[in-house]
Design a protein around this ligand. Structure first.
Ligand code: NAG
Ligand code: NAG
Ligand code: NAG
Ligand code: NAG
Ligand code: NAG
Length: 496
């Protein structure tokens, strides 16, 4: 090596050092600031899955072992079945697989996009038979998901919701001994005018909710009734909040997904939502229903790629910290923002991220503060999930991301003399837009025998921890033994 090369080497080294940002992460381990339940991360599924012509095409088969395995990986979870299609569904307790052949003249010009991703645009009535319902509830029981079902509010008579079909469904459900976590009435009622030329005023809808509540009190006394209350509907801001999205999927580019100022948009909206509820004297907690990274069906090639994970993980961190009760991911299946592939049922990176989140992250939320970084490094901390038995009560899980183009060093002064378990999630081939994700260098996928992989294969590190450019991670402190995490707080569920 000649002197010139040596000089060059040191020069590069110097640049490297100068470029390495060090971020100090402080955490208050004496008291949790929030507590979220095991259903904190939940998923949505379009009721349109029951449409006959879709049923034939799609691969969401309730009896599929792969589907059941993947669903179990995210359990416990609420599964919210609804969407636009919910308001075109009729239940039939006769087990005939006949679907009404209706050629309904649509009241507005329907734009025919790729049918896969615009299932919500199908405004034809269809039937969910008892056998479909049986299969659905059997699946939920097998995989440990708790169903919230959206009832058709467009069944109307004399300006009121007409409940006979819903009652048929409820009675059938009781006769079979099925358990549901909750019910919902109608999907995005503020859109009805546009959708079917049938505006339903907030007052009328409020009456309809009262009617449904009466039935539920009788038939399903311990279930949730979700839905936009009249107060929320009459507040534009609150309403906007409840259908929160960051960016338009049709115009999103990769940079949007790693832009701190876009990620920063969420917290103020949640704070606004919280303050509105507080003003109204409501003790109800907020759910973030049907949430994903981008509206308009998601961003093709982005919402289901590695890069979508930054927004998803950041959203979970912000929501937990601000006391959101449940975050419902739109969607488990179908759409660019789906968690599993439409054709192959292969999980996308966000599935694995959610799987990891559910494994590593527990309910008690700790208060984390960073010294700087202008939002390019984002960190959250909860008590570790001890359900798997891999970690003991008292452990802490940090999670977060480095949005910068360079490696950062994350210093945890509080735990500087502890062994830390790093679970680094990097993109598979193809960088940020990769359709796969690696955990500590190993690409995540179902095993050859079709079961979920063991993700408890940490890399043991010490503070400061190097986090490569544009990656996200979980960092467990197994020996933290902090008081905020020593005893599991009893989760105060929103279930009445
Ligand atoms: C940690 O949080 C508790 C409870 O909110 C508070 O009393 C205490 O001062 C905090 N400790 C530090 C170091 O900020
Ligand atoms: C629906 O009805 C129309 C007219 O009666 C018929 O031409 C069409 O084949 C039917 N479609 C199905 C799927 O049965
Ligand atoms: C679809 O169902 C709704 C009630 O749910 C009814 O008002 C409407 O007329 C039906 N449309 C057709 C084309 O049958
Ligand atoms: C979190 O800690 C910061 C800094 O110590 C403090 O300003 C903030 O009020 C704390 N948040 C909560 C919810 O306790
Ligand atoms: C990362 O690099 C890209 C292209 O080299 C640049 O456009 C972007 O602004 C950089 N991002 C950060 C956070 O430095």
């Amino acid at each position: 090596m000649n002197i010139y090369a040596i000089l060059l080497f040191f020069q590069k080294l110097a640049i490297c050092y100068a470029g390495t940002v060090r971020v100090t992460v402080q955490v208050n381990t004496s008291m949790p600031i929030q507590n979220v339940g095991p259903h904190f991360v939940s998923v949505a599924l379009e009721a349109g899955i029951f449409r006959e012509k879709r049923k034939v095409k799609h691969n969401f088969k309730f009896r599929s072992e792969t589907m059941q395995t993947l669903a179990k990986g995210l359990s416990p979870s609420y599964i919210r079945m609804g969407g636009t299609s919910a308001d075109f569904l009729t239940f039939s307790d006769e087990n005939v697989e006949t679907v009404r052949n209706t050629s309904w003249n649509l009241p507005y010009e329907m734009v025919e996009h790729d049918a896969y991703f615009n299932i919500g645009k199908d405004l034809n009535n269809y039937t969910m038979t008892a056998s479909m319902w049986d299969e659905t509830l059997q699946f939920m029981k097998t995989v440990g998901w708790d169903l919230i079902f959206d009832i058709n509010v467009l069944k109307r008579e004399n300006g009121k919701w007409e409940p006979s079909n819903a009652l048929m469904l409820m009675k059938y459900t009781i006769s079979k001994g099925y358990k549901l976590a909750g019910w919902e009435l109608g999907n995005e009622p503020n859109d009805f005018r546009k959708l079917v030329g049938l505006p339903i005023t907030p007052d009328t809808l409020g009456q309809d909710f009262v009617t449904l509540k009466g039935f539920l009190d009788n038939y399903f006394p311990n279930t949730l009734l979700l839905g936009p209350s009249t107060t929320q509907l009459s507040h534009k801001k609150a309403r906007e909040y409840f259908t929160d999205y960051y960016i338009d999927g049709r115009t999103a580019v990769t940079e949007d997904f790693i832009n701190p100022s876009i990620l920063d948009k969420l917290a103020p909206e949640i704070k606004l939502g919280n303050s509105i509820l507080k003003q109204k004297g409501s003790k109800k907690k907020i759910w973030l229903g049907e949430t994903s990274s981008a509206f308009g069906g998601g961003a093709p090639g982005l919402s289901n790629a590695y890069v979508a994970g930054f927004m998803w993980l950041d959203k979970l961190g912000v929501c937990a910290k601000l006391g959101i009760d449940v975050v419902v991911r739109q969607s488990f299946y179908e759409g660019h923002y789906a968690m599993v592939d439409y054709d192959t049922v292969t999980p996308f990176p966000d599935y694995w991220l959610t799987f990891a989140y559910k494994n590593f992250v527990g309910g008690n939320v700790l208060n984390v503060t960073l010294d700087q970084t202008k939002g390019y490094v984002r960190m959250y901390a909860h008590c570790t999930n001890t359900r798997s038995g891999r970690y003991e009560a008292g452990s802490v899980t940090f999670y977060g991301m480095n949005l910068m183009n360079t490696t950062v060093q994350i210093a945890l002064p509080k735990f500087h003399d502890h062994d830390l378990h790093l679970y680094l999630m990097e993109p598979g081939d193809g960088g940020l837009t990769s359709g796969s994700v690696k955990l500590n260098g190993v690409e995540l996928s179902l095993t050859e025998t079709g079961s979920l992989p063991n993700i408890y294969i940490p890399k043991t590190v010490r503070s400061p921890v190097k986090i490569p450019a544009q990656t996200f991670m979980f960092l467990v402190v197994p020996s933290a033994d902090v008081s905020a995490c020593r005893t599991d707080q009893i989760y105060k569920s929103s279930v009445p």
